[in-house]
Design a protein around this ligand. Structure first.
Ligand SMILES: [Zn+2]
Length: 183
């Protein structure tokens, strides 16, 4: 079954902060999910306009499920840092920033993501799967920063600091993938 959840996120703003490269070093293999460590949606959006900010994602997802574009989809956003594949038999990359689209939820990491935020993350992943003709059963293409970051345990996103009570579970996004589609 596909398309049980029809959802069209609203792109509310574009903040091309320039903290990305115009081209990729290798082909896309999937999507990497983060949280940005922000205290509020407003603070999150402001940070990407701040000249001190040195990072970027392709898209940032706010509490109400709307999204903000930081880097173009064709750009190598600065979101992953040093990474090594958690699943080298299937994910075979050298450069995490190129291999993965960077999707971040605006979150401090201390509160559960909202249902609309989760839906938007799943929908954005779905659109990338459709664009690349990736099989919807290849949900291993959706990863969290925590599983790929090197050294391991360097990052706790998107789950947050308590693995038994994640604020956002990559498995939940993987399960939503085939069910969500855009209107
Ligand atoms: Zn991250």
């Amino acid at each position: 079954m596909t398309g049980q959840l029809i959802w069209t996120p609203t792109l509310i703003e574009e903040i091309p902060n320039g903290n990305y490269n115009g081209s990729l070093r290798e082909e896309r293999q999937g999507c990497m999910i983060h949280f940005d460590g922000s205290g509020s949606d407003r603070g999150a959006v402001q940070w990407f306009k701040d000249p001190r900010c040195r990072v970027s994602y392709n898209l940032l997802v706010l509490d109400d499920g709307s999204d903000v574009r930081i880097a173009p989809d064709t750009a190598r956003a600065s979101h992953a840092g040093r990474c090594r594949p958690s699943d080298p038999a299937r994910l075979n990359y050298g450069d995490g920033n190129s291999a993965f689209y960077g999707l971040a939820i605006a979150s401090s990491g201390k509160h559960d993501v909202t249902p609309l935020q989760m839906l938007t993350v799943a929908l954005l992943c779905r659109l990338y799967f459709d664009k690349h003709h990736w099989d919807l059963s290849d949900t291993w293409r959706i990863v969290g920063h925590s599983s790929e970051a090197w050294g391991r345990s360097r990052k706790t996103d998107p789950e947050g600091s308590d693995p038994l009570n994640p604020i956002l579970s990559v498995d939940d996004i993987r399960q939503l993938l085939p069910k969500v589609s855009r209107a």
